[in-house]
Write a protein that binds this ligand. Structure first.
Ligand code: ADE
Length: 418
């Protein structure tokens, strides 16, 4: 079996953590048990490019139980948990190509190593496998049954491919499932981003001015949790509807140029590039902390920060301190990469349970419907989404009411009024 990981000696520690995460992933466990009986992915090879975490390891175990052959690489150079990668190779026999801190060249070598498995399905978090197949590995296209995409940024790239007419196989946008973005993006990114900032800086959030760029599902999760910890939260937005929601949710809303001199901590969660730029660094307070929780490290203009600085020093494991020519210090967390995965451990298993249940069932859906799907970006079928919500509630011991026949009739009629 081929693989490339940091250190096999970390495998037992990794396995303990994978099993710990599994305890909080009951829905995925149920799917794994069924997959083990029914083998819906028998004969199918999957190239997965995901954050190599304990939660991803449990997804790999589920796909493997379903009969799939796997190859896994990292979807971000700084998010890999090296102990998990070792456990994946040693204990779960998953060919894994991921080393925390790998450079760009190694990152893409690992994507190609995964693709050498000649996949039938791609499973992406950020669309790097799909874009590599469509640009450099077109030879693989005839094998492809379909793929799935985990994150907002990846879905945006895929919809652009679909609009340009270049998407060559069907994709399921797992991100768009309600049981994914309403939970993972909101509660997962919310908690894990705060976790990453606190682990990186050990700063007190209470009483701080906390600037969140963006007010999509991820950003509003971050804003809610920061407010819950006593921060004064400012939102910056470009979308009038979202900005209005933020205003009515009780936040102060203003352009980044106005927020820059006020903020103690800045988090960009927009999915867009150059959101925090030289213009803003020039106005920030001495000691401001700046980070990103969007998929790519392009939201904070790091080249501009480097240009403005007369020196750079690593002052804590995840903090680079840039001293500007006037003596002000700006602290960049996690090199501007996803702070929640680079400085903490990403979303807790409890929410990844639903995201990865969607991934597993999306893979099964593509295999079951091979030949019937078009070269389009599809949502997760509603029945799958609702079933995941049902199973999650069941696992939490939460019962709900059911519609009476009379209520069902009322909902499908139009005659009954005042
Ligand atoms: N994305 C965000 N958090 C994650 C996690 N814990 N595992 C895999 N992907 C993630």
């Amino acid at each position: 079996m081929k693989y490339d990981i940091r250190d096999m000696k970390l495998a037992n520690q990794g396995r303990d953590k994978v099993e710990w995460a599994e305890e909080a992933m009951p829905v995925l466990r149920l799917i794994r048990e069924r997959f083990a009986r029914e083998k819906p992915l028998k004969g199918v090879t999957i190239a997965a490019c995901l954050h190599v975490t304990t939660e991803t390891a449990n997804l790999m175990r589920t796909l493997q139980a379903g009969g799939a052959r796997l190859a896994l690489c990292a979807s971000n150079p700084l998010s890999t948990q090296d102990d998990t990668a070792a456990a994946l190779v040693k204990h779960y026999k998953v060919p894994t190509f991921a080393i925390r801190g790998e450079d760009r060249k190694t990152y893409y070598q690992h994507v190609h190593a995964c693709l050498d498995a000649k996949p039938h399905l791609s499973m992406d978090d950020g669309c790097d496998v799909v874009s590599t197949i469509h640009s450099e590995r077109k030879d693989l296209l005839p094998h492809m049954l379909g793929g799935s995409e985990e994150t907002t940024t990846g879905v945006i790239r895929l919809r652009a491919m679909e609009a340009e007419g270049v998407l060559a196989y069907p994709i399921i946008a797992v991100n768009d499932a309600d049981t994914k973005h309403l939970f993972d993006n909101r509660y997962g990114t919310g908690q894990s981003t705060i976790d990453g900032i606190v682990r990186a800086t050990n700063r007190l959030l209470a009483g701080s001015v906390f600037v969140v760029a963006g007010y999509g599902w991820c950003a509003r999760g971050v804003a809610t949790r920061a407010r819950g910890m006593g921060a004064h939260v400012i939102i910056t937005e470009v979308d009038p509807l979202r900005a209005l929601e933020a205003v009515m949710d009780g936040y102060q809303v203003m352009p980044m140029a106005d927020a820059a001199p006020a903020g103690d901590i800045f988090v960009s969660v927009t999915g867009n590039r150059t959101v925090i730029t030289a213009e803003h660094f020039e106005k920030m307070k001495d000691g401001a902390c700046v980070c990103n929780s969007g998929h790519f490290d392009i939201e904070v203009d790091i080249p501009a920060l480097k240009k403005l600085a007369k020196s750079v020093k690593r002052v804590r494991e995840h903090v680079q301190q840039f001293t500007l020519t006037d003596g002000r210090r700006i602290n960049l967390l996690a090199e501007g990469r996803l702070v929640n995965l680079a400085a903490a451990e990403g979303h807790p298993a409890c929410v990844m349970d639903m995201s990865f249940a969607n991934q597993a069932l999306a893979a099964e859906h593509i295999v079951k419907n091979q030949g019937k799907l078009e070269k389009r970006v599809y949502g997760v079928p509603k029945e799958i989404d609702r079933e995941i919500a049902r199973l999650k509630l069941l696992s939490m011991g939460v019962a709900i009411d059911t519609l009476t026949p009379d209520q069902r009739k009322y909902l499908s009629s139009w005659q009954m009024g005042t």
